[in-house]
Design a protein around this ligand. Sequence first.
Ligand SMILES: Cc1ncc(COP(=O)(O)O)c(C=O)c1O
Length: 378
Amino acid sequence: MAVPLLDLKAHHEPLHKEIMAAIEQVFKSQAFILGPEVTKLEERVAAYCQTRAAIGVTSGTDALLVALMALNVGPGDEVITTPYSFFATAGAVVRLGAKPVLVDIDPRSFNIDPARIEKAVTSKTKALIPVHLYGQSADMAPIMDIASRRRLAVIEDAAQAIGTEYKDGRRVGSIGTVGCLSFFPSKNLGALGDGGMVVTNDVELAERIKVLRVHGSKPKYYHKLIGGNFRLDSLQAAVLNVKLNYLDGWTKRRQENAARYEQLLTESGAVKKGIVRLPEAVYRASGHQHYHIYNQFVLRVEKRDELIAHLKKKDIGAEIYYPVPFHVQECFRYLGYKEGDFPESERAAKETIAIPIYPELTPEQQTEVVDAVRTFYA
Ligand SMILES: Cc1ncc(COP(=O)(O)O)c(C=O)c1O
């Protein structure tokens, strides 16, 4: 039995009619740019993320870019972030002429280690970008403490973490200055294409982002700011308004799948031998429902690359998120970092493997994945 890393066909099939009806309605209205579906989604996502405002944008990448633009991040500024994330986190900073300053991760959570941030703050630091990687919150209390003492903006990269709760129950995106979401199809709430959203409790900042989304114009054709076209499509918003109704159920299934993997992998003996290490849900004990939303289920394993080849042979999907940390990416060589600068990120890049965790994954498929892991190490 093949087990893909993600099965969008199985994911969308039960919603086929409902999604087509939503698309049909937008088609009938012929209102394709912003409009009522986008406004409705913004209100619903703001409520879901516990923020006062939300602005629908083209992608998670553009959510980061426009948030940084709204905060006036530019040449001469430094922005502190993690070396271990999807490229867009650092890419957005560089595209605005600012400099990413990297701080290693906490090996338990794969998220930025707050204890290392303060040493990296200089007079040029303007903002921090913690990433809630794989669907688990970064440790926001010490991050917010540093930010308020040093007067820094906090941009939460919540692309993989819609609805994730920090240990105090607050949802990510509502804790910092702004939060950035992605609706890339592989995310827990995915569009049928690209999409993203910025969420914030700062209504003035939200207004600025709204203006930047349409080339900085307000009223139309009068430009106080230089923005871009960062608009979320009405069609995608209509699809997302359907899918949002199911999000909590999907997240619950991802959590159940994670629990089943934990049990099966432990029973297989691989965990006890230390060959396979399970992901740590750092805030599980908080008792909050969304302590981890498992956008990815990421193990640390021995002989990682050989294991991936073995799984591929058995038609089992697996992926490395991410094989090359920012500080050793070719395009960032000019930043002056070298191999060895961020050992935890480098170790994570060498040891980790994501295995299928999507909501429609069956217990039989999970058994197949774990059997393949067990036989590889046997
Ligand atoms: C951590 C992180 N940041 C940013 C992004 C960028 O989002 P998008 O692909 O929607 O541009 C992604 C998703 O791919 C991501 O995982």
